[in-house]
Design a protein around this ligand. Structure first.
Ligand SMILES: [Zn+2]
Length: 296
């Protein structure tokens, strides 16, 4: 999948270069036409000039293909299931993840808290929600968060490969159309690994990302219980499961600042899932170098 995207990134980059290049040529030609005052023979150039004179905010964005933003993970995590990174973990890091959004109100409130705390998180988006609330998905990306695929319908039922493909690919398309993001992060709804959807994701080199720390916010516990749920299971290299969509998330919003404060006090740094996975990459290498140094 990553290779396919890299390939598609290349394909998209070429038209960008062509479009940008033609704008450049347009500017040169525009100066010539002004100089020689032979406007009628250069209708095409003049129309390019009219576009160029428009304030940039009114330019038709579709005329310039955006470069995709790629959220990927190391090859060793592609096509496999990961719930946390294995010790030794280089730094005391933890990843906050939010599923089932983007959703009005709660996603915005969570984004505001994350912004105040200067924390980047990972949002596993439901395709249908991205379709209805593309601006929220866009805001997540604009504010430095990472997006993952959480299927279109959030089904638990058994799916054949065609349905599974639709669930994932339609979501990938919605995410890309809303944000310009291509993501190889996938979280199966309900953590279900045996209903067919995770199989499609595996075959297509998505990283199947579970969690090690379940807030159980979907049960709508009290705020203090929710905070305790997260703190009890918190560990370096862990992934915390929370929700910004799929129902009333008022408790999650209320608990989040307390969770962040408590984890900060314990010395945790907050990272996105791709950053978290990078931590495991360095550990075996360091061990191997240490062994070499020791002559082992
Ligand atoms: Zn979910």
């Amino acid at each position: 999948m990553a290779k396919r995207w890299l390939k598609s990134a290349g394909i998209i980059c070429i038209p960008v270069a062509v479009v940008l290049g033609s704008f450049g040529i347009g500017h040169v030609l525009m100066r010539d036409t002004d100089k020689h005052q032979i406007q009628s023979k250069y209708a095409a150039v003049l129309s390019a000039q009219a576009i160029a004179k428009k304030p940039s905010s009114t330019l038709d964005v579709k005329s310039v293909a955006p470069k995709p933003i790629i959220f990927s993970v190391l090859q060793k995590f592609q096509g496999i299931v990961t719930s946390q990174i294995q010790p030794p973990v280089k730094d005391k890091v933890i990843a906050l993840t939010f599923d089932d959004g983007p959703a009005p109100k709660y996603t915005q409130q969570i984004l505001e808290i994350l912004k105040q705390q200067n924390i980047k998180a990972t949002f596993f988006c439901v395709g249908e929600m991205v379709h209805y609330f593309p601006q929220l998905a866009k805001q997540e990306v604009a504010e430095g968060h990472v997006l993952g695929n959480h299927t279109w319908h959030h089904w638990l039922q058994k799916m054949n490969s065609e349905v599974a493909k639709n669930e994932i690919e339609s979501t990938a398309t919605a995410i890309f159309e809303a944000t310009g993001v291509k993501t190889s992060l996938f979280r199966p709804p309900y953590g279900a690994l045996n209903n067919g959807v995770a199989d499609y994701a595996k075959k297509n080199n998505y990283a199947i990302l579970m969690w090690s720390d379940d807030s159980e916010d979907y049960r709508r516990p009290s705020v203090s219980k929710l905070v305790n749920n997260v703190l009890r299971e918190a560990k370096p290299g862990g992934m915390v499961l929370m929700h910004d969509g799929g129902g009333n998330r008022a408790q999650t919003v209320a608990a989040l600042p307390k969770i962040i404060d408590a984890l900060k006090k314990r010395g945790y740094k907050f990272v996105t899932v791709p950053q978290l996975l990078m931590q495991q990459q360095t550990a075996p290498l360091t061990t191997a170098l240490d062994k070499l140094k020791k002559g082992a």
